[in-house]
Ligand binder design. Structure first.
Ligand SMILES: Nc1ncnc2c1ncn2[C@@H]1O[C@H](COP(=O)(O)OP(=O)(O)O)[C@@H](O)[C@H]1O
Ligand SMILES: [Mg+2]
Length: 375
């Protein structure tokens, strides 16, 4: 960068109203630590569980104080003095102050939304950023929205010819009106064990493994706490494979990784609380399996219209060797121990380089869209 050139001002947005608020704080902490401060001026922006936007001071610490998951130990870079910080009139206590979301984002060159789940990964924040005409990391409104909805995403995967485990979906109302009818469908079309999930969450929040019909009502009610669309899938006895995708129109893939959950399945507890789930990088699979998974990951990325980044997850059925696509995550976990950055490290791209590349991709995509917008 030329001497004296202004650094690119990057807003990192975290927290948020979803059930994945706590995970977002951990991801954001890792990104704030890794981001290249020679190139980027960083403006941390927190969103409380109630949806209030906080900037100035140290919004990460402020939100972490009421989080169920502790931040990683160690030092974090101090909040930088920026023009924006003083414009926000940060009180002397160092506390972040409430800001108007739209107002604050317009003072940024680019935004890295590190929000998992609804109101962040689902196209809502992306829509705000489009309106404000600010470039941002990751998928746009459409790609975010369809990827967040397991029903629509599966329908698109099927259209693309990607194998999906047998599944069905019902609304909360359908379940409440006719539980026997829904149970009969599950028995007939899927069998047991099966998995019940809310259509719109991640981090395994609201996901249950149902071993026999007696467990179905409890699982449906749990999922119904989070969404009005409920997905039921055949339980696959499978190894779990994940691939990281990076790029816009011509995305590249990382090596394939495998997760061996510490619990019966990869639930919230196994992901974030209990230690001991194993990440195998690269996954001990054949070259052919690896090629298949990577090729499927790119097709999935394109069919949902993702951009920038995504992690695509698969099941490798133990008995048959069948590979099923499970889901695509457009804002994958980004902690130091998350698969997305780990797979890139293993593919030769450091965490810092990865963050820089994602910001560049956001700027490139914005510039391209502007060229083609006709305005
Ligand atoms: N159909 C299935 N067969 C076997 N295991 C499953 C199935 N669906 C989900 N799981 C288990 O539950 C975990 C979470 O489900 P997933 O669909 O990935 O939801 P989330 O979006 O919350 O991560 C998976 O990582 C896997 O361990
Ligand atoms: Mg998952």
């Amino acid at each position: 960068m030329a001497q004296g050139a202004r650094k690119i001002r990057v807003g990192v947005i975290f927290g948020g109203r979803s059930g994945e608020h706590d995970v977002s704080l951990r991801s954001a902490q890792a990104i704030l630590r890794a981001i290249d401060r020679e190139r980027f001026e960083v403006v941390p922006i927190g969103i409380t569980r109630e949806g209030r936007w906080l900037s100035g001071g140290d919004p990460l610490r402020q939100l972490a104080a009421t989080s169920r998951l502790a931040l990683a130990p160690g030092d974090d870079p101090p909040a930088e003095e920026s023009d924006l910080g003083s414009a926000l009139a940060v009180p002397e206590t160092g506390h972040a102050v409430e800001v108007a979301g739209a107002g604050v984002v317009q003072q940024l060159d680019v935004v890295f939304p590190v929000l998992h789940g609804p109101y962040g990964e689902d196209g809502t924040v992306q829509g705000l950023l489009e309106l404000a005409d600010v470039p941002y990391v990751g998928a746009g409104v459409l790609g975010s929205a369809v990827s967040m909805d397991k029903v629509v995403a599966k329908q698109l995967f099927e259209r693309e010819g990607l194998p999906v485990a047998p599944w069905l979906w019902v609304t909360r109302r359908q379940w409440e009106r006719d539980p026997e009818g829904v149970a009969a469908r599950v028995e007939r079309e899927l069998g047991y064990p099966c998995f019940v999930k809310p259509a719109n969450l991640g981090s395994s929040v609201g996901v249950s493994k149902v071993h026999h019909p007696g467990e179905l009502p409890g699982a449906m009610e749990e999922a119904a706490r989070y969404d009005r669309k409920l997905v039921v899938e055949r339980g696959i006895d499978a190894r779990e494979l994940e691939v990281s995708v990076l790029g816009n129109d011509e995305p590249i893939t990382s090596v394939v990784g495998e997760i061996r959950p510490v619990n019966e399945f990869y639930d919230y507890q196994a992901k974030y609380v209990d230690e001991g789930s194993e990440l195998l990088v690269p996954a001990p699979i054949t070259q052919e399996q690896s090629d298949t998974v990577r090729e499927m990951a790119v097709r999935a990325f394109k069919v949902v219209d993702a951009a920038g980044m995504a992690r695509v997850d698969f099941f490798l059925e133990r008995n048959t060797g069948t590979i099923y696509i499970n889901e695509i995550n457009t804002i994958p976990g980004f902690t130091q121990i998350s698969m997305y950055p780990i797979l890139w490290e293993a593919s030769g791209l450091s965490f810092r380089e990865l963050v820089s590349r994602l910001i560049e991709l956001a700027l490139e995509r914005h510039a391209e869209r502007r060229d083609g917008s006709g305005v």
